[in-house]
Ligand binder design. Structure first.
Ligand code: ZN
Length: 275
């Protein structure tokens, strides 16, 4: 735990150092990308990353299929897998998307995995975390940004480090942001030719897991993605409304199923600190 504390302090210091980027006015796309790249470097150094080239190639290919249909197709999108069973995903500014191994393990088909990626992509498309940074511009910026990005102010430091799911690294999204990310992600999936039913079935699965085990590996998801029950109704409404558009879209792929087989053969994820 002491190690986690020390690492975490270094991450927070790094984030404070990057504050000069946002000191005056809005954040340009170039600044956003630089900020995201800096944070990604820290995340990659601090979190246990899954280093399997085949699985990484698949996740990047699927992520890029989705991202290139969005209004921010010009960004250089990066997708990476964090080697933890905790079910979660997060996005950094500028197009850096992280999905935990736990999501890959829970997902039964490509549509379910794509729904998580499309949701996170939409947070970047809508610049949710960037907007939060712009809002704290006039406050005591060093402290405020570090708090927004790391939760260092309202969490036990060690607790934040335990949440390998990533909430330690990025802004908390509001319920409104979450609904936007779902709805935008839903449309992204359709544009990419993927049936968005996976968004419904994946959320239902997480909710069932939460109700059965009082959270377990899914509790981190619920902490970072508020309002899941309302969001399920919203997605159900979209599915009914767009039913005509969904015929012929794919739900699964051979690439997804071979990723699953490969994943099952890898050594298990390291236990999270504090487990
Ligand atoms: Zn979200």
């Amino acid at each position: 735990m002491i190690t986690a504390h020390r690492h975490f302090t270094r991450v927070a210091a790094g984030l404070i150092a990057s504050v000069s980027l946002v000191a005056c006015g809005g954040i340009s796309q170039q600044q956003e990308v630089e900020l995201g790249a800096q944070q990604a470097q820290q995340v990659n150094a601090q979190l246990p990353m899954l280093q399997d080239p085949t699985i990484n190639a698949y996740v990047n290919s699927l992520g890029n299929q989705l991202a290139r249909t969005t209004s921010r197709a010009d960004l250089d999108w990066h997708f990476a897998v964090v080697n933890t069973d905790v079910i979660n995903a997060f996005a950094l500014p500028g197009g850096y998307i992280y999905v935990n191994r736990g999501v890959l393990q829970q997902a039964s088909n490509e549509s379910e995995l794509a729904s998580v990626l499309a949701h996170e992509i939409e947070h970047v498309v809508r610049r949710h975390s960037v907007k939060q940074m712009e809002q704290v511009n006039n406050a005591n910026i060093g402290v405020a940004l570090a708090c927004t990005l790391t939760n260092v102010c309202n969490n036990q430091v060690t607790q934040a480090a335990i949440q390998v799911g990533g909430s330690a690294y990025f802004a908390k999204n509001s319920r409104a942001d979450e609904v936007q990310a779902d709805e935008g992600g839903f449309s992204t999936m359709i544009r990419a030719g993927i049936d968005p039913h996976g968004m419904l079935t994946f959320f239902q699965k997480l909710l069932a897991e939460e109700q059965r085990s009082g959270g377990g590996n899914a509790s981190s998801w619920f902490a970072d993605h508020p309002g899941t029950e309302d969001r399920i109704s919203d997605i159900q409404r979209l599915l009914n409304q767009d039913a005509g558009q969904l015929r012929g879209l794919r739900t699964d792929s051979q690439a997804f199923q071979s990723m699953k087989r490969r994943l099952a053969q890898l050594p298990p994820a390291p236990r999270s600190q504090g487990e």
